[in-house]
Design a protein around this ligand. Sequence first.
Ligand SMILES: CC(C)(COP(=O)(O)OP(=O)(O)OC[C@H]1O[C@@H](n2cnc3c(N)ncnc32)[C@H](O)[C@@H]1OP(=O)(O)O)[C@@H](O)C(=O)NCCC(=O)NCCS
Length: 153
Amino acid sequence: MVDHGYHIHPVGRGHAKALSEVHKGCFFKGWSHLEFESFFERAGVFAGLAYDKKQRPVGFVLCWIIEDQCDLLSMGVLEENRRDGVGQMLLDYALANATSLGAKYMMLEVNINNTAAHTLYESQGFEKFSVRKGYYTNADGTLADAVCMRKAL
Ligand SMILES: CC(C)(COP(=O)(O)OP(=O)(O)OC[C@H]1O[C@@H](n2cnc3c(N)ncnc32)[C@H](O)[C@@H]1OP(=O)(O)O)[C@@H](O)C(=O)NCCC(=O)NCCS
């Protein structure tokens, strides 16, 4: 793959605004910086921001380790930076960090219609273990199921 100069930095509460801005660019229902700040009050939460070569934040990942399980709470890459390996880098970062912090599993939920994320997670060995009916509300108000996926670390 061509090196486009993306890099990941571990970030915390002080980056809540940047995390919120990138999140808002990735999902129709954005999370505020206050919501991101409150995540960091929980023990075991970690996050990473992906920057492009001009030091602009273009992607993020947010995870929460509870006992031996790491929950991938959210991840996204700005539309104009997709299909450039950033999602893969963020997932690699999350998996490596979770492993080094002692987690034995990573789990996540993904919208059943989200082909991009599904393909990425499956390619990294995540396997479906259950479905949550009507878990997500789409932009048009309809409901979509969540597929719960898990991977041993
Ligand atoms: C899912 C998402 C994070 C992927 O980020 P990305 O930077 O585009 O992903 P990458 O370029 O690293 O792609 C890695 C692999 O994922 C898969 N993939 C990514 N986008 C895909 C798409 N649109 N269709 C099919 N497969 C896709 C491919 O296997 C790809 O490998 P390849 O490029 O060698 O074929 C991005 O599409 C996104 O932010 N979507 C909106 C938010 C979201 O859905 N987050 C996940 C919620 S659980």
